[in-house]
Ligand binder design. Structure first.
Ligand code: HEC
Length: 221
């Protein structure tokens, strides 16, 4: 009978695979812990002070509703990035940090209660039955539609949300979801805040649909 250890290649050695598995698992665990802390730092929300001092945060504080938000191509990053510009009244006033937070919270809760994700995509989650809402605040269609007869963009979007079935720009119409005036304000704050989040250029085709729109085509999503 041959000795057990003779002619045993390392690839068939159970000891080798056990050790490898232990090392790989250990390494992957450390990597995941490091990535988790790195991500937490990047996605933690900024403060109203950061906005005042021009400190760029991927997720700005709720007070961003008091600022004008642009969307510009960054050659360095190869995609558009939100740019927080000067102050801009929102529904005719400047919101204190507390008020802005409360309004954003109302908008977020309403978006969950009314299940916008059933039809739309928000920050990569949801459906594509209806347009992606991640950058909907920046959609030039609002201006092109004359803010639906209202004096500002926020009032125009709030009007749309309360009577969506009266305004159609796409092949499909959005149904009335019984959204109140207060909830609509919150939702517009939610949409405006979401558009200010640096999403690494997501959704990718947003500016393309915008260019089509500027060229006079339909803003089909
Ligand atoms: C049953 C499906 C459905 C649900 C639920 C729904 N929507 Fe819509 N939504 C649509 C469709 C369809 C359109 C395209 C209508 C159009 O522009 O003519 C639309 C368009 C929009 C637009 C215009 C987007 C753009 O840039 O063109 C906004 C903003 C919007 N919805 C917000 C919301 C919010 C906020 C919620 C949740 C409170 C919501 N929707 C829930 C179907 C839905």
């Amino acid at each position: 009978m041959a000795n057990e250890n003779e002619n045993v290649s390392v690839w068939t050695s159970i000891r080798f695979w056990r050790r490898s598995a232990a090392w790989v698992t250990g390494f992957a665990t450390m990597l995941l812990i490091w990535l988790t802390f790195d991500t937490l730092g990047q996605i933690s929300m900024g403060t109203a002070e950061d906005l005042k001092n021009g400190v760029d945060k991927r997720v700005p504080s709720a007070s961003v509703i008091n600022y004008k938000i642009g969307y510009e191509y960054s050659a360095k990053r190869g995609h558009e990035v939100p740019v927080i510009e000067g102050k801009q009244l929102f529904f005719g006033k400047e919101w204190s940090p507390k008020e802005a937070e409360a309004l954003l919270r109302l908008g977020k809760l309403t978006s969950q209660a009314k299940n916008c994700m059933d039809c739309h995509t928000l920050l990569g989650n949801g459906a594509y039955y209806a347009p992606d809402l991640t950058k909907a605040w920046l959609d030039p269609k609002w201006k092109a539609m004359g803010y639906l007869g209202k004096p500002t963009k926020e009032e125009g979007i709030a009007e749309f949300l309360q009577h969506p079935s009266q305004y159609s720009t796409h092949a499909r119409r959005m149904p009335n979801l019984g959204i109140t005036a207060e909830e609509a304000k919150g939702l517009v704050a939610f949409l405006k805040h979401m558009s200010s989040i640096d999403t690494n250029g997501f959704p990718r085709n947003f500016s393309k649909t915008v260019d089509q729109f500027k060229a006079g085509g339909s803003n089909a999503h």
